[in-house]
Design a protein around this ligand. Structure first.
Ligand SMILES: C[S@@+](CC[C@H](N)C(=O)[O-])C[C@H]1O[C@@H](n2cnc3c(N)ncnc32)[C@H](O)[C@@H]1O
Length: 373
């Protein structure tokens, strides 16, 4: 019997083909090539996108992700020989997506990154750099000086966005924080602390130079690795803005996306250091489902309306009957209403078991794959 919009979640079967264990899908596979250019909390595993494209969009020539985040759908679209278009309201996510998906002259990129590292090596901080209150608070003086110096080099290079991503990744690692609280540190950690992760006394870092060097070379290696597996010809387009309102272009052959979950993650805030260092525009007031808005009934109603607005806008950009594949943990059972409002009908829904690796987020966790048209 064909499932209907109100099919009950509790009855869903877990699809073993999409429920990988650590052994099936080790970390190096989940973070292959450009997927590890910069930490991003709340992203897809690329193999899930691969499987969903194969299963539901085998004929698609182009794929849209209206909540594109760190660009997993775009990267996997390119790898599978399709064009990919991604939208995100958070400016840093768009920088990251562009860097992951651009095509490079690898020789020129290597030349520029190595040149920037040579200049960094020659840097000798004599004066405290001009910073802002956030940088003063979250970085030791020497780390701040090195980061601000590297930032001052960026505009000299053609591959400025690649350097921006290297800079922010290094900044994330160089913050005055504990090793076990890198995602959302509340207060700077000054001085030694007992580290639960390493089971010893650790100290917050004081320098950034070694991170800049390490990540510049790692970024180069990852971009090179991706260039070997991406198909020639297909292109990625990154649109920055609120996906409820932007003109999304198209027509697209399908959507693969994972919307924010209500009240779980603040997507701007997780990269706060990037906004502070790069001077990016902060559009958090348009961010749907932000944790800071909580889960009151008003916040949930706003979420439903907002996400429905995104899917209604995306629907306008799709070919008729194109599949919309959504990955979501919908424990509040909001998606039948979200999709109804967007004018989409649920065709299939199934569940996958998510293997959560870290002890700090233990417990069973499931996600649903919803296919609507
Ligand atoms: C669950 S994440 C997507 C992660 C993505 N699947 C990946 O692999 O990186 C949801 C994304 O939706 C974005 N977002 C929230 N509200 C938005 C809006 N109004 N328009 C466009 N994007 C929005 C957030 O910034 C966040 O990056």
């Amino acid at each position: 019997m064909a499932p209907t919009q109100d099919v009950l979640y509790r009855e869903l079967d877990v699809d073993p083909a999409l429920s990988w264990s650590e052994r099936d899908l080790p970390e190096r596979e989940r973070t292959k090539h450009v997927h590890r250019l910069h930490p991003y909390l709340g992203k897809f595993v690329p193999q899930l996108v691969e499987a969903l494209i194969d299963r539901h969009l085998p004929q698609a020539k182009n794929v849209l992700d209206p909540f594109a985040g760190s660009g997993t759908t775009l990267v996997q679209s390119l790898e599978s020989g399709r064009d990919g278009t991604g939208v995100d309201v958070a400016a840093f996510n768009c920088v990251l997506m562009r860097v992951k998906t651009a095509e490079y002259n690898l020789f020129a990129l290597e030349h520029e990154l190595r040149d920037s590292l040579r200049r960094l090596e020659a840097f000798d901080s004599v004066r405290p750099p001009r910073t802002n209150a956030y940088i003063d608070r979250w970085f030791a003086p020497q780390a701040a000086a090195e980061l601000v110096f590297y930032r001052s080099l960026i505009d000299d290079y053609e591959h400025a966005d690649v350097m921006r991503v290297v800079l922010t990744r290094a900044a994330r690692s160089a913050r005055r924080t504990t090793h076990f609280d890198l995602d959302f540190p509340r207060e700077p950690q000054i001085g030694e602390y007992w580290c639960h992760k390493h089971r010893k006394t650790c100290r917050p870092v004081e320098r950034a130079e070694h991170f800049l060097r390490r990540y510049a070379l790692d970024t180069l290696a990852r971009i090179r690795e991706f260039s070997r597996v991406r198909a020639r010809g297909p292109e990625a387009t990154v649109l920055h803005g609120d996906a409820r309102e932007l003109d999304l272009g198209g027509p697209y052959d399908g959507v693969v996306t994972s919307p924010p979950y209500p009240g779980l993650i603040d997507y701007h805030e997780q990269h706060r250091y990037a906004y502070e260092l790069l001077g990016l525009q902060d559009a958090r007031k348009h961010e749907l489902g932000a944790a800071e808005r909580g889960t009151s009934s008003k916040a949930i109603a706003d979420y439903v309306e907002g996400v429905a607005g995104v899917f209604a806008n995306a629907r306008e950009a799709l070919r008729p009957r194109a599949p919309v594949v959504i990955v979501i943990n919908d424990r509040r059972e909001l998606y039948p209403e979200v999709l109804d409002r967007a004018g989409l009908t649920i065709e299939t829904r199934y569940r996958r078991h998510v293997n959560r690796r870290t002890g700090r987020r233990a417990g069973e966790f499931f996600e649903d794959v919803i296919v609507a048209r």
